[in-house]
Design a binder for this molecule. Structure first.
Ligand code: GLC
Length: 507
C-alpha cells in the first residue's frame, strides 16, 4: 500500500521570520519562502511547516494572534500566501500551518470584547476569575514565569494566561470558542493547506475547579508537578473534533506540539485510536544524553510503544531550543542528521540544521525574545557569503544578527561543495526517498561495540544497517555489507570518530 505523504516524507520546519526577506525590513516574509522553493525541492524535503504569519503584534513572534485568517503585513498578503501554496504544490511540496488554539493576542478583537465588561457575550470566551483576598485566584504560574493571572482593573477580575500576559488563554470549555477555531481550520483547509501543527495541545483545558498546584517538599511551585493547569481529561475529545475537521479534507495531516518529556504512554495516548493526532511530536531526542546505550534504549522503547495503526516521528531542533550543532557539538552533526533521517518515522528538520548552523550569540541589546534564550536558534538563514548572508538586501538590518560563520557556512558555498553538510543532508534525503527500507522498513536494534548505535531497517525488498559511532575514537565494527553512504568520505575500514554509515546487508 502506498504510504501517505506525511509518513513517507520529511518535514522542513521553516521559521518564516528568518528564512528570506524580500522587502528589506529585515524580517523574512512569504514571498521570500516562495523565492526559495526551488532550493527546498533541490534539497529533497517533502513538506514545509511555516511558523505563524498571521496578523499579530509580534510580542511572541506570531504566537500572539489578532486575526487567524489574515496575513500580517510584515510577512505579505493573503495573495502572497496563495501564491506560495500554489508554487509549493506545483513542485510537489506540501504546506503545513501553525495553528495556535490555546491563546490569542491581548489585542485580538475577541479579547477586547471579553474584557470590555462582565456582561459582554464574549466574556466567557476567555478565563476570568475573581481575586481571592486581593490576590490572584490560585497559585498557577505562566510557562514564561510569574503568575498565570493578570488583574484587569476595569472589571476587577483576573484573566488567565499560560504564557505572556499579552497572550490570554481562550476558554475551550465554551462551545463558541471551539466552533470559532474550527472555522479557522476550515478557512485554511479550503484554501488548500495540507495540515496543521497545533501549538501547545496539552494546555487547552484547565481544571474546572481551579485548584492550587501541589508544591514541592520545600513549599515551592514545581512545573513538573503541575496537574491542574494542563492535561485535563477532556483534551482528547477536543483533539477528536480537530481531527474530524481535518479528515473532512482528504490527505491532510494533524501534528501536535505536546509537552517535551512526556512518558511514552501519555505521548502515544495522543494518537487515540487513529482518531486524534496523526503525529504527536516526539521531542525526546532533544533531551536524551547523546550516548549510544541511552539512545538505543529510548528509540527501541518508543518504536515499540507507537501503536500498530500509528506512525512515529522525530525532531532534532526547533525554534524554542538551542540548535543541534550547539547542543551536541559540531562533531556530532552529521551522525545526528543520519540518525534523524534513517529512523522509522517522519523526520522534522529544523531550517539551517542541514548546514550545521549553530546558535548565534545575541548581545543583550539586540535580544528580541520576551522569554530569554530562544533568539540564538532563530537567526537568519545564511544563503551567501555576501552582506547580511543574502538573507535580506545589503542595506537592510536583519531582525537578529547573522552568524559570523556565514562567510563559509551558507547555502551557496555548501551546495557547491561535495563534502559539505548540506550536500550530505541532500544525499541522506535522496537515500531515504529511494530506499523503501528507510521509509517503511521495520526498526530492529542491533547489538554493537560500546559507543556505537546500530540498527536495521528491514523490508521485504532490502535490509539496511545503520551504524553510528558516537564516540571520539575509531571503532572496529563486526558488520559486513555494501556501504551506501557515510558521514565521512571513505566507507571502508573501522568507523572513524563520529562516523555513521548506511549499509545494505546481503541476505
Ligand atoms: C509553542 C511555540 C512557542 C510559543 C509558545 C506559546 O511552544 O513553539 O514558540 O512561544 O507555544 O504560543
Amino acid at each position: 500500500m502506498e504510504l501517505s505523504w506525511w509518513k513517507r516524507g520529511t518535514i522542513y520546519h521553516l521559521y518564516v521570520r528568518s528564512f528570506a526577506d524580500t522587502d528589506g525590513d529585515g524580517v523574512g516574509d512569504l514571498p521570500g519562502v516562495t523565492a526559495r522553493l526551488d532550493h527546498l525541492s533541490w534539497l529533497g524535503i517533502d513538506a514545509i511547516w511555516l511558523s505563524p504569519f498571521y496578523r499579530s503584534p509580534q510580542r511572541d513572534f506570531g504566537y500572539d494572534i489578532t486575526d487567524h485568517t489574515d496575513v500580517d503585513p510584515l510577512f505579505g498578503t493573503l495573495a502572497d500566501f496563495d501564491h506560495l501554496l500554489a508554487e509549493a504544490h506545483r513542485r510537489g511540496l506540501r504546506v503545513i500551518l501553525d495553528l495556535v488554539p490555546n491563546h490569542t493576542s491581548i489585542d485580538h478583537p475577541w479579547f477586547a470584547a471579553s474584557r470590555a465588561s462582565r456582561e459582554d457575550p464574549r466574556r466567557e470566551w476567555y478565563i476570568w476569575r475573581d481575586p481571592v483576598d486581593g490576590d490572584p485566584p490560585n497559585n498557577w504560574r505562566a510557562v514564561t514565569g510569574g503568575s498565570a493571572w493578570t488583574l484587569d482593573e476595569r472589571t476587577g477580575q483576573y484573566y488567565l494566561h499560560s504564557f505572556l500576559p499579552e497572550q490570554p488563554d481562550l476558554n475551550w470549555r465554551h462551545p463558541e470558542v471551539r466552533l470559532a477555531m474550527h472555522e479557522v481550520m476550515r478557512f485554511w483547509l479550503e484554501r488548500g493547506v495540507d495540515g496543521f501543527r497545533v501549538d501547545m495541545v496539552d494546555y487547552l483545558l484547565k481544571d474546572e475547579l481551579f485548584r492550587d498546584e501541589p508544591l514541592d517538599e520545600h513549599g515551592r511551585y514545581e512545573p513538573a508537578l503541575a496537574r491542574y493547569q494542563l492535561n485535563q481529561a477532556g483534551t482528547l475529545d477536543l483533539l477528536r473534533e480537530l481531527r474530524e475537521i481535518t479528515d473532512a479534507y482528504p490527505g491532510r495531516v494533524l501534528i501536535g506540539e505536546v509537552e517535551y518529556r512526556l512518558p511514552l504512554p501519555r505521548l502515544t495516548g495522543y494518537y487515540g485510536h487513529g482518531d486524534m493526532l496523526h503525529l504527536p511530536i516526539n521531542f525526546w531526542l532533544l533531551f536524551i544524553p547523546w550516548r549510544a546505550a541511552e539512545l538505543q534504549a529510548f528509540i527501541t522503547d518508543y518504536d515499540r510503544a507507537v501503536p500498530e495503526h500509528a506512525w512515529p516521528n522525530w525532531v532534532l531542533g526547533s525554534h524554542d531550543i538551542s540548535r543541534m550543532a550547539t547542543r551536541l557539538g559540531p562533531d556530532h552533526v552529521r551522525a545526528a542528521l543520519m540518525l534523524l533521517l534513517t529512523l522509522r518515522g517522519t523526520p522534522v528538520l529544523y531550517y539551517g540544521d542541514e548546514l550545521g548552523m549553530t546558535d548565534v550569540p545575541v548581545p543583550a541589546c539586540q535580544a528580541r525574545d520576551p522569554w530569554e534564550g530562544r533568539d540564538p536558534a532563530r537567526t537568519p538563514m545564511p544563503w551567501t557569503s555576501g552582506p547580511n548572508a543574502g538573507f535580506c538586501p545589503p542595506e537592510a538590518h536583519p531582525w537578529l544578527p547573522v552568524g559570523a560563520d556565514h562567510v563559509h557556512r551558507n547555502v551557496t558555498v555548501q551546495a557547491a561543495d561535495p563534502r559539505s553538510t548540506l550536500t550530505f543532508t541532500r544525499a541522506l534525503l535522496d537515500l531515504r526517498r529511494t530506499h523503501c527500507a528507510l521509509s517503511r522498513g521495520s526498526y530492529e536494534p542491533v547489538p554493537a561495540p560500546e559507543g556505537v548505535l546500530a540498527y536495521r531497517r528491514d523490508h521485504p525488498d532490502e535490509d539496511l544497517l545503520i551504524v553510528l559511532n558516537l564516540t571520539g575514537s575509531p571503532v572496529a565494527v563486526p558488520f559486513r555489507g555494501t556501504p551506501l553512504l557515510s558521514t565521512h568520505e571513505e566507507t571502508a575500514g573501522p568507523l572513524r570518530p563520529h562516523e555513521g554509515r548506511v549499509m545494505e546487508i546481503m541476505r
